[in-house]
Design a binder for this molecule. Structure first.
Ligand SMILES: NC(=O)c1ccc[n+]([C@@H]2O[C@H](COP(=O)([O-])OP(=O)(O)OC[C@H]3O[C@@H](n4cnc5c(N)ncnc54)[C@H](O)[C@@H]3O)[C@@H](O)[C@H]2O)c1
Length: 248
C-alpha cells in the first residue's frame, strides 16, 4: 500500500489560522509531519493547533519585516529546523478599476502577500540549503493566471510576483535539493472570498468545468503532494487548482 509518510518532517504553515492554511496544517499533520503555524490571528492559529492536538502557534504580521525576522528566529529555536514551508497567508482586496486603488492599499497587499513571503522564505532558505532538504510551497491565485476578475490589480500583481519568486527559488534551491512550487487556487469559498461570490454562486459554478466551487481540502491535497516524496522531481511549477476554470 502506498502512503504519504511525512514523519520526521517539520512543516511551517503561514495563514494556518483559517481557510486553506488550516486545511493544509491538518493534512500535513495527518501525514505525520510536525506542524507549526504562523498567523497574525494568534487565537485562530492556536485553535488550529488545538484541532491537531499538538504543534506550535506563532503570532506574526507578515507585513512587518522585523516581526518576520524575530518570528523566524523563534521558529528555528523552537523547532530546530523547517523542512516544509507553506506560504499560505494572504490578503485580498476588491477594486474593479485602477483608479480606485489607493497607494497605501497597493503597498499593503504587496507587503503582506509578496514581500512577507520573500522575507520569511529568505530567513529559512539557507538552513534548507545547508541540510540539502527543503520544500517551499507558495500561494499564487487564478487572478495571477488570468488577471483579477473581481480582485484588484494589486492582488493579481502580488500573486503573479509570487510565481516569479517561486521559479527563482526553484533555480537557487535546486542544486541543494530544495524545491519551490506554487499552487494557484480558483474559487474556494473561505471567508476571504465570500464577499466576491455571495449571490452569484451559480454564475461562478457554470464557468467551472467540474461544476462546483473548490474546497480548502482540494488545495490542501495538492500542497500535501508537493510536500511529499511523490513530488521529488518537481520544482518551479504552478499547479492550478480550479476545477478546470483555467487550464494553463
Ligand atoms: N479562497 C480562494 O478562493 C483563494 C483563491 C486564490 C488564492 N487564494 C490564496 O490562498 C491563501 C489562503 O486564503 P484563504 O482563502 O484560506 O483565506 P483566509 O482569509 O481564510 O486565510 C488567510 C490567512 O492569512 C492570515 N493573514 C492575513 N494577513 C496576515 C498577515 N499580515 N500576517 C500573517 N498572517 C496573515 C489570516 O489571518 C488568515 O488566517 C491566500 O494566500 C489567498 O490569496 C485563495
Amino acid at each position: 500500500m502506498l502512503t504519504i509518510d511525512l514523519q520526521d518532517r517539520i512543516a511551517l504553515v503561514t495563514g494556518g489560522a483559517s481557510g486553506i492554511g488550516r486545511a493544509c496544517a491538518l493534512l500535513l499533520h495527518q501525514a505525520g509531519a510536525r506542524v507549526a503555524i504562523i498567523d497574525i490571528n494568534l487565537a485562530g492559529a492556536q485553535e488550529t493547533v488545538g484541532l491537531l492536538g499538538e504543534g506550535l502557534a506563532f503570532r506574526c504580521d507578515l507585513g512587518d519585516p522585523e516581526d518576520i525576522t524575530r518570528t523566524a528566529n523563534h521558529v528555528e529555536q523552537a523547532l530546530g529546523r523547517v523542512d516544509i514551508l507553506v506560504n499560505c497567508a494572504g490578503i485580498i482586496s476588491y477594486r474593479p478599476g485602477l483608479q480606485e486603488i489607493p497607494v497605501e492599499q497597493w503597498d499593503m497587499l504587496m507587503d503582506v502577500n509578496l514581500r512577507g513571503t520573500f522575507l520569511l522564505t529568505r530567513a529559512l532558505f539557507e538552513g534548507m540549503k545547508e541540510r540539502h532538504y527543503g520544500r517551499i510551497i507558495n500561494f499564487a491565485s487564478l487572478a495571477a493566471r488570468v488577471g483579477g476578475i473581481e480582485a484588484g490589480a494589486h492582488y493579481a500583481a502580488s500573486k503573479a510576483g509570487l510565481i516569479g519568486l517561486t521559479k527563482t527559488l526553484a533555480r537557487l534551491g535546486g542544486p541543494y535539493s530544495v524545491t519551490a512550487n506554487a499552487v494557484a487556487p480558483g474559487i474556494i469559498p473561505t471567508e476571504l472570498v465570500h464577499k466576491q461570490i455571495d449571490g452569484h454562486e451559480d454564475a461562478y459554478i457554470n464557468a467551472i468545468p467540474l461544476r462546483r466551487l473548490g474546497e480548502p481540502l482540494d488545495v490542501a491535497r495538492v500542497v500535501l503532494f508537493l510536500a511529499s516524496p511523490l513530488a521529488d522531481y518537481l520544482t518551479g511549477l504552478v499547479i492550478d487548482v480550479n476545477g478546470g476554470q483555467y487550464m494553463g
